[in-house]
Write a protein that binds this ligand. Sequence first.
Ligand SMILES: Cc1cc2nc3c(=O)[nH]c(=O)nc-3n(C[C@H](O)[C@H](O)[C@H](O)COP(=O)(O)OP(=O)(O)OC[C@H]3O[C@@H](n4cnc5c(N)ncnc54)[C@H](O)[C@@H]3O)c2cc1C
Length: 374
Amino acid sequence: MIGSVAVVGASLAGTGTARALRELGFDGRVTLIGAEPHRPYDRPPLSKDLLAGKVTAADIALDEDLDVEWRLGRRAVSLVPGDRAVRLDDGSDVRADAVVVATGARARSIPAPRGVHVLRTLEDARRLAAVLLPGARLVVVGGGFIGCEVAATGRGLGVEVTIVEAGPAVLAPLGPAVAGRLLRTHREHGVRVVCGAPVSAITPHAVVLGDGTELPADVVLVAVGAVPETDWLRGSGVALAADGGVAADRYCRTTVPSVFTAGDVATAEFPCGPARVEHWTNAVDQAQVAAAALLGSPGPAVGDRPPYFWSDQYGSRLQLAGRPGPGDTFRVVEGELDGESFAGVYEDETRVTAVAALDRPRAFGALRRRLRQL
Ligand SMILES: Cc1cc2nc3c(=O)[nH]c(=O)nc-3n(C[C@H](O)[C@H](O)[C@H](O)COP(=O)(O)OP(=O)(O)OC[C@H]3O[C@@H](n4cnc5c(N)ncnc54)[C@H](O)[C@@H]3O)c2cc1C
């Protein structure tokens, strides 16, 4: 019988789990432990409207009225499942019958001088916003979603932007057709994009590429992915997956009884195999899965819905559901790839693997429903 739950990580997956526990009728004690000092907030606007100054921190707050005991500004430093205790950085213990690991991820860093930016937290976004001034030269290291979104926001603020990507293409998971379309959009907006260009050094005033090219920079953002926050689990017996995330089954159960996981930190078992998915909707979905599994209630399983994410760049919204494979082809079914908007499907030899759209939400919704039925 579960009478108390400690949720570690007070962000999207953590608050979602706490809310789901209450919705499922759990009336025991829920303690929500969060390393950040503020109430939970939504991260997607950090690279978009918050960075652009269009919304404030108050606008991006997540649920304020959860029925939980808050332990904010406190970091979990260890987990002792035998004692059913989460040890905090002030030396206190939170005891609970079940624990949910929802500690997300931190921005991956590379060797760089002080002053180089990353973007994961509200503080990161505020620091970056303060220096994205008209005419400033921004070099974004990493052509993934966060890097490309900041590039787009930067252009809107009158910043000169260069994206440097070590791989052959920006936004590689989208495949050559869709990624190529977005690359053209960046270039049309005046962003210099350099691909196949590993960075050899970052100096206080430049980013130096492997071939010796120096890109002068007033501001450098390193956006090269995220690392799951699992250090505090060392010695707990909770197994990690090969990719560093917390290994979990289709019900978000870790290898230790009564310890569950959800969100960016979790490498859960999807129908197609284990995966760590760093997208908003995944954190929301896995919170539901973990809460139901914890209470032993019938509930959803990981991957019941195909993965979904969106990305906003230059006022346009890209949406994608499913899992495009590296060799899949993208077939446009509405609009035109180089037009203002389009919707289409990714296909391998036998089936549709994913659907995507740019500024075609209705067509996307219809395609996504079909994907669900596959
Ligand atoms: C800039 C940015 C833009 C994004 N834009 C999009 C988008 O457009 N579309 C999309 O689908 N997804 C987007 N995402 C991804 C989405 O925000 C994440 O998938 C989501 O935040 C994951 O939630 P989470 O709760 O699992 O992890 P996190 O949001 O990382 O939260 C984990 C929390 O745990 C805390 N924590 C860590 N370690 C400890 C510890 N030891 N003790 C206590 N607390 C701890 C952290 O401080 C943090 O508050 C974006 C992410 C970022 C950073």
